[in-house]
Write a protein that binds this ligand. Structure first.
Ligand SMILES: [Zn+2]
Length: 239
């Protein structure tokens, strides 16, 4: 019976491995998608910062152009002052010059206020770009590993399934039938160790007589509480 129990322990490990691989085949694509979404989000945030900095720069440039145009207009108006014939015309031109100068003063104030914003927007873009590049490199490495793992799952699964069939073929039919039945009923866990009279399936105590019986390994014993197949496993100094 010891040999049959060993086969069942091996079989349980194989089923655990199959479950892990099957779960990974579902989880990995989801994890890949999450990382892909994170990268998209980082890209979008960087783009937004770049747009903001770009808009400020464009605004600054427009204001500089407006100042230049104003200076041009003032120059022309001053030229006209030399040619005007009447007092009224002279005053009107002076008024025009004043208005343009006032407008230019406002624009200059706005430019001064903008410079800090332009600097900090540029700084934000720089920081964001560095952080994004760093995170992107880490994500890409993570994704590469996940894809590699995902690609190997099918072949690994095939290998484990082959091993499962080999172990099953060596196991006694009656024992196997019992194992399968318990495995189905107990969500995949059919055989569990017992150490110091505690069942590791349900953490309940095994009666002393049953514990002694278990250590003899001469027939299949079920835990009286969780009804899984139990076996004695020496985990340390004293039993
Ligand atoms: Zn139990």
């Amino acid at each position: 019976m010891k040999e049959q129990i060993d086969l069942l322990i091996e079989l349980q490990d194989i089923y655990n491995a199959i479950d892990t691989l099957t779960a990974k085949r579902v989880d990995l694509p989801q994890a890949l998608q999450r990382i892909g979404e994170e990268l998209e989000c980082l890209k979008r945030e960087l783009q937004e910062d770049e747009d903001r900095a770009g808009a400020l720069k464009a605004d600054h440039k427009n204001k500089e152009t407006a100042l230049k145009n104003n200076a041009e207009q003032i120059k022309k108006a001053k030229g006209r002052l030399l040619e005007v014939k009447t007092n009224k015309e002279y005053e009107a031109t002076l008024k025009e010059i004043d208005a343009i100068q006032a407008k230019s003063g406002e624009i200059e104030d706005e430019i001064i206020r903008m410079l800090d914003a332009i600097d900090s927007a540029g700084e934000i873009v720089k920081l964001r770009r560095n952080a994004t590049n760093e995170r992107r490199a880490a994500c890409e490495e993570e994704m590469r590993k996940m894809k590699e793992e995902l690609e190997s799952i099918d072949s690994e699964l095939a290998k484990v399934q082959q091993k499962r069939d080999a172990v099953r073929s060596r196991t006694n039919t009656g024992v196997l039938k019992k194992f399968d039945m318990i495995k189905n009923r107990k969500s995949g866990k059919a055989i569990v160790p017992v150490w110091k009279a505690v069942c590791y399936g349900c953490h309940m105590n095994i009666p002393p007589q049953m514990y002694n019986e278990l250590q003899r390994n001469d027939h299949l014993v079920l835990c009286p509480h969780c009804e899984r197949i139990i076996y004695w496993e020496n985990r340390g100094t004293d039993a």
